[in-house]
Design a protein around this ligand. Structure first.
Ligand code: NAD
Length: 455
């Protein structure tokens, strides 16, 4: 079958195709978010094909190797949809798109070294779709994009072949992804999703389709750009609030106030939403999302000074960690040069295996430039090569050779380390950037302790 029979702006047609499970789905970009998305569509009984440019990933998937081992629940779904042939994967977009009715885009939207958002994957696929899309197909963009990107760019790129006209014989909408790595199945089955289409009919149709696959609340937006604005607003809210408490914590340090105590008490007030200070904000979402909104503002000649200031604060937190470390070394009359420093945690957030834009990298590089000998321990990267070092298998075997330890990520495992472990170091310097060590306990164990924001 080369042409889709289903008219994707006809609600009755779409409902029938869901009931009969004849709707054919293609997910382009089957990485961290796209693969679980494709598997969920396949599990609902719809024939689903995943497309990716990463040949090794495709080969692994087609030979039954599930690549996302840290996503609970999806390994079993992967095995079952592969076995019942509801899901397969290919590098050949030219085969998959023309025979599909619904095209989901879960392509990366990173930023370059100058913090400029990079939409090249979406632009490149949109230009392929302009030739490959069958008439009456529906495209849904799940990637995180700036408000207006669909209306101002995607539509005109897809329409460039002139055989396709938006709203007439091709349809487009958004349903931004909002799942957390490591908890995608939980989030896909619990968190509300935003839906926006190029018109109300398409929004209703997207809601029907997602309702068929995910039993979560679908929040109807007036258009695509509003849905994307909501997605960015929720993440940038967090980026700014982390910056706010981080900046406060720098001042509290100076006057001997423990930021943890402030926050624990403040959160008792009904309208205070707590965020915590730390070594910096990384990951594939928050920093990029702030720069996406700043990019929109630049384009429109608007001023988003609070986001800009927040970014500056968050980006200087790794340097503050270095200053705390130097301060502790000075207290011991020790030079950081040739000292051995253990970095505890490299993930950008607790309890996940993910180092995208992690502040740990900058901290490690700065310490390396000061001549320190770096050792890394992270329960998610045992014995793996990261940032030019081989991560340790455990702490116990090498702790006695360390001068200092810096807790960079608040993994649960670190909350359970016996404090006396740090007393075994050559020089008992402990820097806690995540507020997980009780300063009094550190003092009672005669550690040279610096807690970020702890006074
Ligand atoms: N990971 C998260 O925590 C998260 C959460 C919410 C939203 N998002 C958003 O979801 C989107 C996807 O993120 P991700 O984390 O899944 O990214 P990812 O890098 O894990 O996956 C993207 C996939 O797209 C593939 N790809 C790149 N260019 C391609 C092309 N031209 N054609 C086909 N395939 C191509 C890559 O090979 C990769 O497998 C991004 O917009 C991101 O901001 C991510």
């Amino acid at each position: 079958m080369s042409n889709p029979k289903i008219i994707m702006n006809n609600l009755d047609d779409v409902i029938k195709s869901l009931e009969l499970k004849t709707l054919r789905v293609c997910v382009i970009g089957i990485g961290r978010i796209g693969l679980p998305t494709a598997l969920s569509f396949a599990k609902s009984g719809l024939n689903t094909i995943g497309v990716d440019i990463n040949k090794k990933l495709i080969d692994n998937i087609n030979s039954g190797k599930f690549p996302l081992k840290d996503e609970p629940g999806y390994g079993e779904i992967f095995d079952s949809v592969l076995e019942n042939k509801k899901f397969s994967a290919t590098t050949k977009i030219e085969d998959a798109v023309p025979t599909s009715d619904l095209i989901l885009l879960s392509l990366p939207t990173p930023m370059d070294e100058n913090n400029v958002p990079d939409y090249s994957a979406l632009r490149s696929v949109a230009s392929q779709l302009s030739n490959l899309l069958s008439p009456n197909s529906l495209v849904i963009v799940e990637s995180t994009i700036e408000p207006g990107f669909i209306e101002d760019e995607m539509v005109s790129i897809i329409s460039s072949s002139e055989k396709l006209e938006v709203g007439k014989n091709f349809f487009i909408g958004v349903c931004p992804e909002n799942a957390n790595p490591g908890e995608i199945l939980h989030d896909f089955t619990n968190l509300p999703r935003l839906v926006g289409g190029i018109n109300k009919d398409i929004t209703d149709i997207i809601k029907k389709i997602y309702n068929f696959v995910f039993s979560v609340e679908l929040v109807e937006m007036p258009n695509c750009k509003t849905a994307n604005a909501v997605k960015l607003t929720t993440n940038v809210f967090r980026d700014i609030n982390i910056a706010f408490v981080s900046e406060l914590s720098l001042m509290f340090e100076k006057i001997g106030i423990d930021t943890n105590k402030v926050l624990e008490a403040a959160k008792k007030k009904y309208n205070f939403q707590v965020h915590y200070p730390g070594a910096g904000v990384g990951g594939p979402c928050l920093p990029i999302n702030s720069y996406q909104l700043l990019n929109t503002a630049k384009r429109l000649g608007s001023n988003l000074s609070i986001i800009e200031s927040g970014r500056k604060v968050n980006e200087k937190m790794p340097q503050h960690v270095i200053e705390l470390t130097l301060n502790a070394f000075n207290q011991c009359n020790l030079s950081i040069e040739n000292s051995s420093i253990l970095i505890l945690g490299i993930s950008y957030k607790p309890n996940v295996k993910d180092i995208q834009l992690t502040p740990a990298e900058e901290i490690i590089n700065k310490l390396k430039n000061l001549g320190a000998k770096i050792h890394i321990y992270d329960p998610y990267f045992k014995e793996m090569d990261v940032f030019g070092f081989k991560a340790e298998k455990n702490i116990d075997a090498m702790i006695s050779e360390m001068d200092a330890a810096i807790i960079v990520t608040g993994h649960d495992e670190f909350k359970n380390i016996d404090i006396t472990t740090f007393s075994k170091m050559k020089n008992s310097i402990l820097i806690d950037t995540r507020g997980i060590i009780d300063p009094l306990l550190a003092k009672n164990n005669e550690l040279i302790f610096r807690g970020l924001g702890r006074g």
